[in-house]
Design a binder for this molecule. Structure first.
Ligand SMILES: *Cc1c(COP(=O)(O)O)cnc(C)c1O
Length: 398
């Protein structure tokens, strides 16, 4: 059997061997608790955490003390949104976010609505971009937070963070960004851009799973955050719990490597992505979803008309790992909320595939993926009555 191809790097990435190597001693010899102040076991662990914090701060252009370690981006999203909602309750109860956010943001906002929050969900256009005027008009004197993701996980679409930050600055509103997909792939400098809180995760950047972080601005403005996990007062009281030292070491190493190699790697991956796209767009009625100019270098989301993404993936026979635009919630398959928010029909959302390339993909992978997709689409359309009808012009555009 030929090796399986992995093109689902936005779901997770393998740990880079260089990252793993740095982590290993912290499971065994250097196992101390970073909060133990009275012996060298603790000091070693604390030093490792300090070093990781410094590496991360350097990569993001922020201060080490502005980084809070968490269990991943889901927790960071929860901490940022719930933490601001609680800490600024005396100012207001209004949160603004976007329909295409990750579920970790959307479901957190929904949970807060049950606790009295008013939430505005901004629309996006066909390209996946928000309307800056809609944002501006949505802000009221009760708005405590604007939450806009840096890069979308399904389409790779990049929101205009600088323009968004300028509006938040002008209105005096805090801005949070889930940058889980952007960090390590493109330059992300929250302080410089004017983003006050920023979430990221280890396992999306060739680091370990179960570790992530939240940048929280400490000055101009000093952001107050209400803790969501209480205990020993770790992480300046914002997130208690014994630190995941090997994980934190891995996160630091992963972000340092990604930052150092970013320019070259972004170029290499974008070239592969463009090859993949030009190969796949020779297929009849295939469309790229989302902006092709404001986009991460590694993602291509493509709909193949009259072909169900889930069925197309089944034709790959486990030779190619990608994601479809059908989200499995409970027993049913729902069309992706990201694609439907962009104006795609349920059918076109179900017919989409997300290809997310990564550090370990090659040109050979791309060529094999193109072949697998072409063969699969052809095979399914041959037996599809809907495709037949579409070709005969018996169906409206959908
Ligand atoms: C993967 C992802 C998350 C969740 O991250 P975890 O570390 O797995 O909790 C949140 N937001 C975005 C945009 C993601 O891609």
């Amino acid at each position: 059997m030929q090796e399986r191809i992995y093109m689902d790097n936005n779901a997770t990435t393998p740990c880079d061997p260089r990252v793993l190597e740095e982590m290993l001693p912290y499971f065994t010899q250097k196992f101390g608790n970073a909060a133990s102040r009275s012996h060298t076991f603790g000091w070693e662990a604390e030093d490792a955490v300090d070093k990781a914090r410094e590496r991360i701060a350097a990569a993001l252009g922020v201060l080490p003390k502005e980084i809070v370690f968490t269990s991943g981006a889901t927790e960071s999203d929860n901490l940022a949104i719930k933490g601001i909602f609680e800490a600024y309750a005396s100012k207001g109860d209004h949160i603004i976010t976007v329909k295409t956010e990750h579920k970790a943001v959307l479901d957190t906002c929904k949970a807060l609505q049950k606790r009295g929050a008013t939430v505005t969900y901004l629309n996006v256009d066909r390209e996946g971009l928000i309307d800056l005027n809609e944002l501006r008009e949505a802000i009221t004197d009760k708005t405590v937070l604007v939450a806009v993701m840096w890069a979308n996980n399904e389409t790779g679409v990049l929101q205009p963070m600088r323009e968004i930050a300028a509006i938040c600055e002008e209105k005096g509103v805090l801005l949070f960004s889930d940058a889980t997909q952007a960090v390590g792939k493109i330059e992300v400098k929250p302080k410089e851009v004017g983003v006050h809180l920023l979430a990221f995760s280890g396992h999306k950047i060739y680091g370990p799973k179960g570790v992530g972080g939240l940048y929280v601005s400490s000055a101009q403005p000093r952001v107050k955050l209400s803790a969501q996990i209480h205990g020993g007062g770790h992480e300046r009281g914002m997130r208690s719990g014994t630190l995941n030292v090997p994980g934190i070491v891995g996160l630091g190493a992963a972000l340092q490597i990604a930052t150092k190699e970013m320019e070259a790697e972004a170029g290499r991956v974008a070239t592969l992505r463009d090859q993949l796209e030009s190969g796949l767009l020779t297929i009849e009625e295939a469309f790229v979803n989302g902006s092709r100019t404001h986009r991460l270098p590694n993602v291509s989301n493509i709909s193949f008309r009259c072909v169900e993404g889930e069925k197309l993936m089944a034709t790959f026979n486990q030779k190619l790992a990608v994601s479809s635009g059908s989200a499995c919630t409970s027993a049913s398959l729902d069309p992706s909320h990201v694609l439907t928010a962009m104006g795609l029909s349920d059918e076109m959302a179900h017919s989409s595939i997300r290809f997310s390339l990564g550090r370990f993909n090659t040109a050979e992978d791309v060529n094999r993926a193109i072949e697998l997709v072409k063969t699969g689409v052809e095979k399914l359309r041959k037996i599809s009555p809907v495709w037949e009808m579409w070709k005969e012009g018996l169906l409206n555009d959908f």
